[in-house]
Every structure is written in C-alpha cells, then in structure tokens.
Design a protein around this ligand. Structure first.
Ligand code: DGI
Ligand code: FE
Ligand code: FE
Length: 188
C-alpha cells in the first residue's frame, strides 16, 4: 500500500477533524525525522495510519482483543481509549495488508509508548503529542523538550500524560509507566 492509498483509507475511516490531525502528525513526524533520523517512508506511513481505528466501537475492539491471541488480555482492564492503537495495528495489517513490522509497531505503541521504543516509534509517539493542533497546556513544554532530544520530548509527553490520567483518576497502562521509568533512568 502506498501513501496515497493509505490516505484514502484513513480519509474514509476518520472524521474530517481527525484526518486533519493525521496530516499534521505526518508533517510533524517528518520534521522530527529530518532532525533525528529514522526511515522517513516508514515514519510517514505509520503516521498516516496511526489513528485508523479511532472511530471503531469499543465493543468491536474489545471483541478483537478477546479473539486475537497476539493482543494482550490486560488491554481489556484499562480505558477503551487506548485500544485504538494496539487494535489499530491489527486492523491495518488485516484490512489494508500492511505487513511491515516496524510500521505496525509504531501504530501499536503510539498512545502508551513502551520501554525501548525504536527511533521511529519515538518520533510517531512524540509527533502525535506535539503536532501544532495540540493546544492543551503542556504541549508547548513537550515541543520545547523535543528540541533538546527525542528522549526529553518523550519523557515530557509521558510524564504529562501520567499526570493527566492521575488527575482524572483514570488507570495508567503498565507500558506507559514502563516507558516513563525507562526515560527517567536513561537521563543524564
Ligand atoms: O488518538 P489521539 O487522540 O490522537 O491521541 P492518543 O492516541 O494519545 O490517545 C489519547 C487518549 O488515550 C486519551 O483519552 C488518554 C488515553 N490514554 C493515553 N495513555 C493512557 C490512556 N488511557 C489509559 N487508560 N491509560 C494510559 O496509559
Ligand atoms: Fe491515537
Ligand atoms: Fe493521533
């Protein structure tokens, strides 16, 4: 599947606002790639497809998790908001025929992050958080940190996500904590 085909597929799957977000994530990821390196073609394809499952119903995604051995059952115990990343990678493979493991991994980890993300995963994870349409308090801090290093950017995004979830008394997925700890321990 080439970029144009991926763009048509997501345009069909997403609402206009979400499609615009997707384009901004792709542009932001490309800019990060120019600074930090990585495979631009894979980064762009994963960015285009990262929110492919955003509007699938929670019940459909939960059923997919139950049926697919590759998707961890513990996903069912955390908020349905995070399902679209893990399940999205599965749908993109099954429905769009994307076989590239690096691209699928970038989609799967874009919401929670994880320990030892690849350079490309870090870029998509961060671009999703700092794209210019993100106006929440804290996006500016993460943008600033992203100019220092990819690790600093990811740490900023992760710590702010955890703080946000805790303030709303929402459960935090273990990968999110693991990613946060990973970047804290990697510092200095
Ligand atoms: O899909 P986007 O809106 O572009 O952004 P995203 O993929 O980062 O999804 C954001 C949502 O995911 C938001 O509702 C918070 C939720 N989320 C992120 N990390 C976690 C989480 N929810 C839970 N329960 N646990 C997490 O660790
Ligand atoms: Fe998302
Ligand atoms: Fe997104």
């Amino acid at each position: 599947m080439n970029e144009q085909e991926a763009l048509s597929a997501v345009k069909e799957a997403l609402k206009p606002q979400r499609y615009e977000h997707t384009l901004r994530v792709t542009e932001t990821a490309e800019q990060l790639c120019h600074v930090y390196g990585g495979n631009l073609q894979k980064i762009r394809l994963a960015s285009i497809l990262h929110d492919y499952a955003k509007y699938r119903s929670a019940s459909e995604m939960r059923n997919t998790v139950k049926e697919e051995a590759d998707l961890p059952d513990q996903l069912l115990d955390f908020g349905d908001e995070l399902l679209h990343s893990f399940v999205g990678a599965f749908y993109v493979k099954k429905e769009l025929g994307i076989a590239d493991k690096d691209v699928l991994q970038m989609i799967a980890s874009h919401t929670t992050g994880r320990e030892q993300m690849s350079l490309e995963e870090e870029i998509v994870f961060l671009a999703d958080y700092i794209e210019p349409g993100r106006t929440f308090p804290g996006a500016a801090e993460a943008r600033k940190a992203s100019k220092v290093s990819l690790e600093a950017g990811c740490l900023s995004a992760l710590s702010q996500t955890i703080t946000f979830l805790v303030s709303k008394r929402i459960s935090v997925y273990p990968d999110t904590f693991a990613a946060y700890n990973y970047y804290i321990m990697k510092r200095k």
